[in-house]
Design a protein around this ligand. Structure first.
Ligand SMILES: Cc1cc2nc3c(=O)[nH]c(=O)nc-3n(C[C@H](O)[C@H](O)[C@H](O)COP(=O)(O)OP(=O)(O)OC[C@H]3O[C@@H](n4cnc5c(N)ncnc54)[C@H](O)[C@@H]3O)c2cc1C
Length: 567
């Protein structure tokens, strides 16, 4: 995800140490998904009469695999359809011809500790994480900020010129004045639901029409155009905020409140291992299926291919046609691919969703994103410049074409990788017409201007690997980002798992995944929506949770997202 500077809240950092950790608990739907997952009573049960019933799960990304895994444990028989590869936007690729241990994260690559439901599955899958080398992060050896041709080298934020500190303070002040930042974070840490709802309902009402940029302009702290420009170009988290400027400020506040941009960790060996391990995992506790059952074994090894048609048939059932021509009918289906797929690649009946939900699906707005990685012979960037004694190259934030360059190594004597460029929105579109090699040439030229003494090319040991998510056949961009005025649409999509209020002929298909989440672009949101539809499907089949571990639907009325006037 594009990251938003949570800024360096020095004073707040001390407070943070003394209080419970910040997690992605709210602000829209303050439900403790982490406690729900950790509870020994499990996520609920389905009547034995429904055991063995097939349900369709469309999309084998993280949300589809988690929903399928949990419903399999309850005794249903998920049938997963995947058009591309298991993992979706958790896509880890190798470098052809290079050491097999070298990998590149084409989608998600860094995860905040506040992603506690996501972490539950990391632990379940037995995966390890390690600090991700973000700009100015404690474990990042050095960072270079290059703006308007001026280059600054820093090992911590203190090394940056005064103007950067002014920008940082402006952002802190702007968040405090305009969005009750400390109050909200305190309420989230303490899981104080009434307080979270009180603050957030006021802000949703006030700010749904506001862009990120408009929010900055409205703040006296950001009256300087130059400060806004620097903030947009570099920021203080992971860079590139200006690409988020047209989005709703509510999207940005969700990121900063929940610490989504802080203390990132990467998954050792690559993030795609997570959905792949869950696909193969044989749960210790499983109902109906014999011990040793996995999603993989239920599917004979491979998921079904792409879905091409979805329609309703008698008895409010969902009929699914796939790319092989196979037609199957289900009592329930979960849809986790990007919602625009329902408008384009999949032929759909209007009757699948109420008209207001179709409007919300149509209005979905995506961020584009491109990345390019190269494998190199060794982490040459740690060599010291003879004149200055500094690292010869650093994690780099710049207003040039590359925007963000990340240096990833596994120790001094091993080959390493460089993400030469990670971009979003217009900056991503600039790469679109270029081949991988053409992109690399432009990137090397940009970086050559910043590091005239370093010959990056001589360290490259294989062909570059690249992606532009807006150009992938089964994706419509990297992740959703709501525009001003989109709150109502988002609310309709997120709350769709509560189907008792829908007409009977509109039930039985459930939406989950990044598009449905309040924190799109963060895997935690995809996990949370998967757990919502697990509850929704369980309820649809007459099941229930254990009274000691109420699910998201059981407490929905107490914590439902703020409803804005629809007139
Ligand atoms: C560039 C980028 C950077 C990111 N960075 C981060 C990050 O640093 N940290 C973080 O936490 N999150 C990050 N994310 C977000 C994270 O990757 C997503 O939230 C998460 O992977 C979404 O999972 P999902 O299951 O909702 O969707 P997906 O992973 O998109 O899964 C949907 C699946 O549906 C499949 N599909 C599409 N059409 C069909 C069809 N017709 N039939 C069957 N299947 C179909 C797709 O192939 C896909 O596998 C990033 C995403 C991107 C793209």
């Amino acid at each position: 995800m594009t990251s938003v500077p949570t800024a360096v809240h020095d004073e707040q950092h001390a407070e943070a140490q003394a209080t419970p950790p910040i997690t992605m608990f709210g602000p829209d739907f303050p439900y403790a998904y982490d406690d729900f997952l950790a509870h020994p009573a499990g996520l609920g049960s389905i009547p034995a009469t429904a055991h063995g019933t097939e349900i369709a799960v469309i999309g084998g990304g993280l949300s589809g695999i988690i929903a399928a895994y949990e419903l399999m444990k309850m005794g249903l028989k998920p049938v997963v359809y995947e058009a591309d590869q298991i993992g979706g936007r958790l896509r880890t690729v190798g470098f052809p011809g290079c050491d097999e241990s070298l990998t590149a994260e084409m989608g998600a690559m860094r995860f905040p500790p506040s992603s506690t439901a996501f972490q539950h599955y990391i632990d379940l899958a037995g995966l390890e994480t390690r600090p991700f080398p973000n700009p100015l992060a404690p474990e990042t050896p050095s960072t270079v900020v290059d703006l308007k041709g001026e280059t600054h080298y820093a090992t911590s934020v203190d090394d940056l010129p005064e103007v950067y500190h002014q920008v940082m303070h402006a952002w802190n002040a702007c968040l405090e004045d305009g969005a009750d930042f400390s109050d909200m974070q305190r309420a989230m840490r303490e899981r104080d639901i009434p307080r979270i709802r009180e603050i957030w309902s006021r802000l949703v009402e006030k700010l749904d029409n506001q862009t990120f940029y408009g929010f900055l302009c409205d703040s006296p702290a950001f009256k300087s155009f130059r400060h806004r420009e620097i903030f947009g170009q570099v920021g203080f988290g992971t860079g590139g905020w200006d690409t988020d400027f047209p989005n709703s400020i509510l999207e940005i506040l969700r990121v900063v409140y929940t610490g989504a941009d802080d203390d990132h960790r990467g998954i050792v060996g690559g993030s795609q291992q997570l959905p792949l391990r869950l696909w193969e995992r044989e749960p210790e506790k499983i109902v109906h299926h014999p011990y040793g059952t996995s999603l993989k074994s239920l599917h004979g090894g491979e998921p079904r291919p792409a879905v091409t048609r979805l329609h309703r048939t008698a008895g409010h059932r969902i009929t699914v046609t796939d790319a092989s021509g196979d037609i199957r009918t289900y009592a329930a289906a979960i849809f986790t691919a990007q919602s625009w797929m329902l408008l384009s690649k999949i032929a759909c009946d209007d009757s699948l969703f109420p008209i207001d939900h179709w409007t919300a699906i149509e209005r979905t707005h995506y961020m584009e994103s491109s990345k390019l990685f190269v494998a190199v012979d060794r982490p040459f960037w740690l060599d010291k410049d003879e004149e200055t004694g500094r690292d010869v190259m650093s994690m780099t934030l710049t207003d040039r074409m590359t925007r963000g360059t990340y240096l990833l190594d596994d120790g001094p004597d091993r080959p390493a990788t460089v993400c030469l460029s990670y971009t979003w929105c217009d900056d991503s579109l600039k790469w679109l017409p270029l081949s991988a090699n053409e992109r690399m040439e432009v990137m090397l030229k940009s970086l050559g201007e910043i590091y005239p003494k370093v010959d990056i090319r001589k360290h490259i040991i294989g062909n570059p690997v690249t992606v532009s998510w807006e150009n992938e056949p089964y994706f419509m961009g990297a992740f959703k980002a709501n525009l001003p005025g989109h709150y109502r649409y988002q609310r309709r999509l997120f709350t769709h798992f509560m189907q008792d209020a829908l007409p009977e002929d509109k039930r039985g298909i459930f939406l989950a995944g990044d598009d449905i989440s309040w924190t799109a672009g963060w895997a935690e949101g995809a996990v949370q929506t998967a757990l919502n539809v697990v509850w929704g499907v369980m309820h649809h089949f007459g099941g229930e949770t254990d009274a000691s571990n109420p699910g998201p639907g059981d407490v929905y009325d107490e914590i439902a997202p703020v409803a804005l006037d629809e007139d």
